[in-house]
Design a protein around this ligand. Structure first.
Ligand code: AMP
Length: 214
């Protein structure tokens, strides 16, 4: 199975991608996670990406495309995968189409996760993440068992700097300005499926399964 998850920040792409990867045994490719890790490690790519990631702006296409192309050119390139947060612009979609063609891979579907703006702001500003295992929580909706500590490994949870309200609003603006253009692009290719993102994590997972069969 090869999927792209599309949707605004906070639409649950990361959570659903993680579940899909665990349950369907596919590789989760999250460019946000990859870039944050590069920033944390202080690599050359991380140093270039850092100012964009922190302020909620898009990292230049050339850099993100290189990160993805490199993954797909490796000998152990993923055969089945779920893309979370990539592509995010038409230029990235064109570059990704080319990478897939070169590798003789095609995408089964592009899942568009639908969620209201006010719900996005509520979700993201209450989100806490584990820097170690990347599990996410919500202070009200999905709190950890011990406040401020990850259920899996006890690591102290953090708020992503880009989950502060002003940066969340900037990320939403960037989504509308750049990423929404991908909706007609994938609709024209007959790959787009719309998924209602309201409800529990399991309900949304079931909606994705239904959309895949439909
Ligand atoms: P995410 O975790 O997907 O919300 O991504 C966090 C941040 O990483 C974004 O606000 C961007 O700064 C950067 N980023 C992630 N994926 C991309 C991408 N495909 N293109 C450009 N920037 C990206």
């Amino acid at each position: 199975m090869r999927l792209i998850l599309l949707g605004p920040p906070g639409s649950g792409k990361g959570t659903q991608a993680k579940l899909l990867a665990e349950r369907l045994k596919v590789v989760h490719i999250g460019t946000g996670d990859i870039l944050r890790e590069a920033v944390r490690q202080g690599t050359a790519a991380g140093k270039m990406a850092a100012p964009y990631v922190v302020s909620g702006k898009l990292v230049p296409d050339s850099l993100v495309n290189e990160v993805i192309t490199e993954q797909f050119r490796r000998e152990d390139r993923p055969d089945c995968f779920v893309m979370d947060g990539y592509p995010r612009t038409l230029a990235q979609a064109a570059a990704f189409d080319q990478v897939l063609r070169q590798q003789f891979l095609d995408i089964e579907a592009v899942m568009l996760l639908l969620v209201r703006d006010d719900e996005i702001v509520r979700r993201l500003t209450g989100r806490l993440s584990c820097p170690k295992c990347k599990t996410t929580y919500h202070v009200l909706k999905n709190p950890p068992r011990v406040p401020g500590r990850c259920d899996n490994d006890g690591t102290e949870l953090i708020q992503r700097p880009d989950d502060k309200e002003d940066v969340v609003r900037e990320r939403l603006r960037v989504y509308r300005a750049n990423t929404e253009e991908l909706i007609p692009h994938y609709r024209e290719q007959g790959q787009l499926r719309e998924v209602d993102e309201e409800g529990s994590i399991e309900q949304v997972y079931a909606n994705i399964q239904k959309a895949l069969k439909g």
